[in-house]
Write a protein of this length. Structure first.
Lengths: 112, 112
């Protein structure tokens, strides 16, 4: 199975600070069809996860543009340009290129 | 608007079978796949399986021998059945439409 390693596991930030989360895959996530099925989710406390970024860098509708995704192959990054209080929670990367689909272990974003 | 809602028993005895229903609205099951994900208390997310828009299914290999996913397109419902439950199957079970819309989840406790 593909292993997704997220770092850091915990991230402390102040409001307005820019932060990045890394997601590294044990295999290339480039599918034979040319797509890279790497997505980013945010789970706020007590809530269901929500989609932020799909296919590495595409911003889901309604998601603020302070969120951005980048990367290719095995290395991917989620960046938040100016953390706001509503961004607190656990961030997960998930891959859908190789079955079984797998999640990263999560990165908890806390207020400093 | 798009909605998904999970329903089913909140308490199941060990060794028994879990049956959950995901009732969707605002879209057709013949146009979108539906994914099942679970989350043990205080832990990360686990992909369980998907029923594609054409009715084909893929399962997490770790659960494949115990898991089945089916649907009734006329009722806009997707069904999850998992047998031989153990206490470590205690989790919140979510259904999601290809990551972009999620149900609120149902907490299932497996009692020994």
């Amino acid at each position: 199975d593909v292993v997704l390693t997220q770092t850091p596991p915990t991230l402390s930030a102040t409001i307005g600070q820019s932060v990045s989360i890394s997601c590294r895959s044990s295999q290339s996530l480039l599918h034979s069809n040319g797509n890279t099925y790497l997505h980013w989710l945010l789970q706020r406390p007590g809530q269901s996860p929500q989609l932020l970024i799909y296919l590495v860098s595409r911003l889901e509708s309604g998601v603020p543009n302070r969120f951005s995704g980048s990367g290719s192959g095995t290395d991917f990054t989620l960046k938040i340009s100016g953390v706001e209080a509503e961004d607190l929670g656990v961030y997960y990367c998930v891959q859908g290129t190789h079955a079984p689909w797998t999640f990263g272990g999560g990165t908890k974003l806390e207020l400093k | 608007q798009v909605q998904l809602k999970e329903s089913g028993p909140v308490l199941v005895q060990a060794s028994e079978t879990l049956s959950l229903t995901c009732t969707v609205s605002g879209f057709s099951l013949t146009n979108y796949g539906v994914i099942w994900v679970r989350q043990p208390p205080g832990k990360g997310l686990e992909w369980m399986g998907i029923i594609w828009r054409n009715g084909n299914t893929d399962y997490n290999s770790a659960l494949k021998s115990r898991l089945s996913i089916n649907r009734d397109t006329s009722k806009s419902q997707v069904f999850l059945k998992m047998n031989s439950l153990q206490t470590d199957d205690t989790a919140i079970y979510y259904c999601t439409r290809s990551w972009d819309y999620w149900g609120q989840g149902v907490m299932v406790t497996v009692s020994s």
